[in-house]
Design a protein around this ligand. Structure first.
Ligand SMILES: Cc1cc2nc3c(=O)[nH]c(=O)nc-3n(C[C@H](O)[C@H](O)[C@H](O)COP(=O)(O)OP(=O)(O)OC[C@H]3O[C@@H](n4cnc5c(N)ncnc54)[C@H](O)[C@@H]3O)c2cc1C
Length: 203
């Protein structure tokens, strides 16, 4: 199943636990997320010393738009940043750094618009986003589609999880930690995926 589970201490003696599913997963709407969360909570209960049957509050759920899927991100008198702009990385659900980065870009164009007294300066924001994330998010969306096929996901996990080296370079791609000036297997694999995406305009 393409998705993940998380668990982290909140800081007041409680923990936040949850599960996430990609919507590219075939029939993802038929997955019972209550059961999924319950099963995950039981799976990690012993190692975290929690009682999964006595939660502190009711579970909530929501959608996280990813890969820049929300638009328009800029218009007359506004720019949209972070989750509101769908900036989350589809590879791993990471959104904090993208929220900071897009906010920094927004601040730059806002500053320009104010100092030049020209609202048209905001228009550069979309170009900055395309430049920074356009290609990467296309590759990430392709990845999300690929792992949305259970047979492929199973095979990738079976082969991948057994190889530390493979996992390390997959992680490098997924966390957007590629080193453009130091071409290794991760950068080469990303380049190949990127070339495929260029050939598939609807990816
Ligand atoms: C359970 C969970 C785990 C996560 N784990 C990770 C992780 O490990 N790493 C990672 O990188 N990302 C993680 N994310 C994603 C990350 O939290 C978000 O991508 C990030 O917080 C987005 O920042 P943001 O500023 O765009 O939006 P938000 O953090 O959602 O901030 C928006 C703020 O606007 C406020 N607001 C909303 N409406 C109004 C209004 N009308 N007026 C005034 N204020 C308003 C909200 O209260 C909120 O404080 C996780 C998300 C969840 C839900």
């Amino acid at each position: 199943m393409p998705g993940y589970g998380w668990i982290f201490p909140v800081g007041d003696g409680t923990i936040n636990i949850g599960v996430g599913l990609l919507s590219t997963f075939k029939d993802f709407t038929s997955v019972n997320t209550t059961l999924l969360l319950d099963s995950y909570a039981h799976m990690v209960a012993d190692s975290w010393g929690i009682n999964p049957d006595t939660p502190e509050c009711k579970a909530t759920s929501g959608k996280i738009p990813m890969g820049g899927s929300v638009g328009p991100k800029v218009g007359q008198g506004y720019v949209v940043v972070g989750d509101a702009a769908g900036s989350v990385n589809p590879f791993n659900g990471e959104g904090i750094d993208y929220a900071y980065e897009t906010s920094r870009m927004a601040a730059e164009v806002l500053h320009e618009a104010i100092t030049l007294n020209d609202p048209r300066a905001l228009g550069r924001y979309q170009l900055m986003l395309d430049d920074e994330y356009g290609q990467y998010f296309k590759v990430a969306r392709l990845f999300a589609k690929v792992i949305g096929r259970p047979a492929l996901m199973r095979e990738l996990s079976r082969v991948g999880i057994q190889s530390r080296t493979l996992m390390e370079w997959v992680l490098r791609i997924m966390a957007n930690l590629l080193r453009p000036d130091e071409i290794g297997p991760a950068e080469a694999a990303y380049k190949a995926a990127s070339a495929i995406v260029r050939l598939a305009p609807n990816a």
